[in-house]
Structure formats: C-alpha cells, structure tokens
Design a protein around this ligand. Structure first.
Ligand code: CDP
Length: 226
C-alpha cells in the first residue's frame, strides 16, 4: 500500500476547495476535514448566544462553552457538530458568512481549532481545506494545493448553491461577502491566507470538476513517490 500523506488545500472563499477535497478523500480512502466549517460553527454559537464578535474578551469567555467536532451522517458524509449536535445546515447561510471572518481573526479561537485539526492529522491520511492548513496546521503536509478562481465565477457558484437550497440572497450580496472575507482573511495578523512557494496552484476558473480532480490526483501520485 502507498504511504499515507496529509493534503492541505487552501485558497480564497468559495473556489471549490471542499468539492475537490471531498472527491480526493473519497478516492483515496482518506478523512476529509472542512476547517472552515469549524470557524462557522463557533460563529453560529456566538450569534445564537448574542455574543459580540468584535469583543474578544466576550468571545474568549463564550469559547469555553463551545465544543466543535465531526460526525458521519447516514450517507457516510462528515458533518460538523456544535456541542454534539450537527449544525451542517445552519452554518452555510449568509448571516454566518457575514461574521465568520471576524471570528476567525481571533487568536484564541484559532488556537483551539488548530489544536483539534492537528490532532486529527497525526495519523496522516487527511485532506483538509481552509486558509492556513499548509502554512500553520500542517506545515509538513506532503501536498499543498492553493486554489483560486475569478471572483465572478466564485460568486456565481456560491449564489447558485444558496438559491438551490432556498435561501433568499442576491448575487451582489454574495460577491461583496466573498471580497470582504478574502480581504480580511488575507490581511489579518494571525495565520493569514498566504501562498508560499511550496504550494501547487490550481486556478479553476475554466477547469471543470473532472479535470481539476485528475490534475490533483497526479500531484498525489507524485507526492506519494509514485
Ligand atoms: O466555503 P468558503 O470558502 O466560503 O469558506 P469556508 O472554508 O467555510 O471558511 C469560512 C471562513 O472561515 C473563512 O472566510 C475564514 O475567515 C475562516 N477560515 C479560517 O480562518 N481558517 C481556516 N483554516 C478555514 C476557514
């Protein structure tokens, strides 16, 4: 059997990191972890409990009551849990998206999530997507992919996703949210989204799912020494 590796997929908001990560994990028999879902779950908790996300001390106090984890649903897909209950559906809306980057800036929030992510990665065989996976969480990941796509393509994809779920949103609102999050995520002091020279870049503005999957799997082969 080929050696197991850890795969880090980082990049801008809504460029299909999760779709690629899930497909790779399935093909390889690896664990898929959506690290963004963890920051979204913390944000949901703060919103449900009326905690001001701009008040770091209040966030720190509230964080003591937050346990984030994962479960496998009946279809075998991973769902993020907040204090033991799946919140997969609740975390994907624009209300959570509008606050999550403020919450993810806070160091104590990051330390708690990163510790959990690193524990999951100890045994290898993990595909994790996020913003700081290749730089902070798994700096030694054998394969690091940096995904990007034009903001128009990304906004259109996320808009279609949310409308299909029945959410009432506008394309302008989505586009503004993506730009805002990209700016905050890239400029923050703690673990900013940053591409380093050890990433392989995947711009999928004009690549379909099958082609990006095939390309990424070639990189896996190379990283496994195949
Ligand atoms: O799915 P999408 O690309 O829109 O975002 P996500 O992966 O669900 O991440 C939501 C937010 O969580 C990001 O905009 C970041 O602010 C934060 N995040 C982070 O700071 N570090 C990570 N490793 C993953 C997400």
């Amino acid at each position: 059997m080929k050696k197991k590796i850890n795969i880090a997929i980082d990049g801008y908001s809504s460029c299909g990191k999760g779709t690629l990560a899930k497909a790779m994990a399935k093909a390889l028999g690896y664990v898929f972890i959506d690290s963004g879902a963890m920051y979204r779950a913390v944000t949901l908790y703060l919103m449900q409990n009326d905690v001001d996300v701009y008040d770091e001390s209040a966030v720190e106090v509230a964080l003591a009551n937050v346990v984030v984890g994962f479960l496998n649903n009946q279809e075998g897909q991973s769902e993020v849990t907040l204090n033991g209950i799946s919140v997969e559906a609740e975390i994907r809306n624009i209300a959570v998206a509008s606050k999550v980057s403020e919450v993810a800036k806070i160091q104590i929030v990051r330390s708690k999530m990163v510790a959990l992510q690193q524990a999951i990665g100890l045994e290898k065989g993990v595909v994790m997507d996020g913003r700081d996976i290749g730089t902070v969480v798994f700096p030694d990941a054998e394969l690091k992919i940096f995904m990007t796509a034009s903001v128009e393509v990304r906004a259109q994809r996320r808009f279609a996703e949310l409308v299909a779920k029945g959410d009432v949103v506008t394309l302008e609102e989505i586009s503004a949210n993506l730009k805002h999050r990209d700016a905050v995520d890239s400029s923050r002091e703690n673990s900013p989204l940053k591409m380093t020279s050890d990433y392989r870049v995947l711009d999928n503005s004009e690549l379909d799912r099958d082609s990006q999957f095939a390309l990424a799997m070639q990189w896996v082969e190379m990283a496994c020494g195949g």
